[in-house]
Design a binder for this molecule. Structure first.
Ligand code: ADP
Ligand code: MG
Length: 308
């Protein structure tokens, strides 16, 4: 199954992508995440560092595909998720679609493209020009990340239009929206009422997610680490009680600065829930996007109603 995650810049696509990738891997799937944003930090919280991009590797080898090995461009990430960063075209020149095309071409040459149960493209989607819509050519499902604000919903509507366009030529569906970093969903609900599509999940602003980005870890890694520490602490307490000795407190790894008693389970469950919905291969929709005028009217009228 191929997934393409889209949404306005900074909305939480990479955060969502990394955690969904691990959730899918936890469900036993072999997963490859491909970052398709020139920012090339899509897989940062999976690997803990900025991996070399396909475009950099290709240009270092003068575009001699035969000189490139899988380990040059595919890096193992947390939870067994494999990671690739496509990279970007030179700023102000070139085309993102070309970069995605070269990435897929190379992965096919390396016999890697058909090796995975799931390939997830994490795509810059603020302005969906033909180039940045390229991953939709390979995807079975598009997923849109949005918040409860006008700008992200405007971007979502443009992405919905791209899905409708691409679905004319291949079996692409919109799996649905993921609301992120928002405690309210009134505008999201208003939008999906006018332009019907599923809402897979809505996540609030969660401080632990912001911290996890800074620490270069996914929520799952932090949660697994926390559980291990708590288990060790518990067994240490039990055995020390039995031996009647003093407990030397176990400390989390230096720099993590997280309370080891804290439980991120509930946050991981959001992503496991999304993964489980995707694994049922949902029907999804071919959306009928709103015109810009309809969208402005819909959301502005709403603002007026709220003010009145
Ligand atoms: P994008 O890939 O869309 O550009 P990122 O996934 O890099 O966005 O997220 C941008 C920032 O927002 C990151 O610092 C990330 O940790 C933070 N973030 C994302 N989702 C949440 C959330 N639900 N709660 C708090 N912070 C979040
Ligand atoms: Mg990103």
């Amino acid at each position: 199954m191929k997934l393409a995650v889209y949404g306005k810049g900074g909305i939480g696509k990479s955060t969502t992508s990394c955690n969904i990738s691990i959730a899918l891997a936890k469900r036993g799937k072999k997963v490859l995440q491909i970052g398709c944003d020139p920012k090339h930090d899509s897989t940062f919280t999976l690997t803990g560092f900025l991996i070399p991009t396909i475009i950099d590797t290709l240009s270092a080898k003068d575009y001699h595909y035969e000189d490139i090995w899988p380990e040059d461009v595919i890096y193992g990430g947390y939870g067994g998720v494999d990671c690739v960063e496509a990279g970007g075209p030179p700023a102000g020149a070139g085309c993102g679609g070309y970069v995605v095309g070269e990435t897929v071409k190379l992965l096919k040459e390396l016999n890697a493209f058909f090796e995975y149960d799931i390939i997830l493209f994490d795509v810059l989607g603020d302005v969906v020009c033909g180039g940045f819509a390229a991953p939709l050519n390979y995807a079975d499902y598009c997923i849109i990340v949005t918040d409860n604000g006008f700008d992200a919903l405007f971007a979502a509507n443009r992405i919905a239009a791209s899905v409708r366009e691409k679905a004319r030529t291949h079996p692409l569906r919109l799996a649905g929206l993921i609301g992120n970093r928002t405690s309210k969903r009134d505008l999201i609900d208003k939008y999906v009422y006018a332009c019907p599509m599923p809402v897979l999940e809505v996540l609030p602003l969660i401080e632990e997610i912001r911290i996890s980005r800074v620490k270069g870890k996914t929520l799952f890694e932090i949660d697994d680490f926390t559980k291990t520490q708590n288990d060790m602490l518990t067994s240490s307490v039990v055995s020390n009680n039995l031996n009647n000795t003093t407990v030397e407190g176990l400390k989390p790894q230096e720099g993590w600065n997280l309370d080891i008693k804290q439980n991120n389970n509930y946050i991981c469950n959001y992503y496991l829930n999304i993964a489980d919905q995707l694994l049922t291969q949902p029907e999804g929709v071919i959306p009928r996007e709103l015109s810009d005028k309809e969208l402005f009217t819909l959301l502005s009228d709403f603002y007026l109603t709220v003010k009145a």
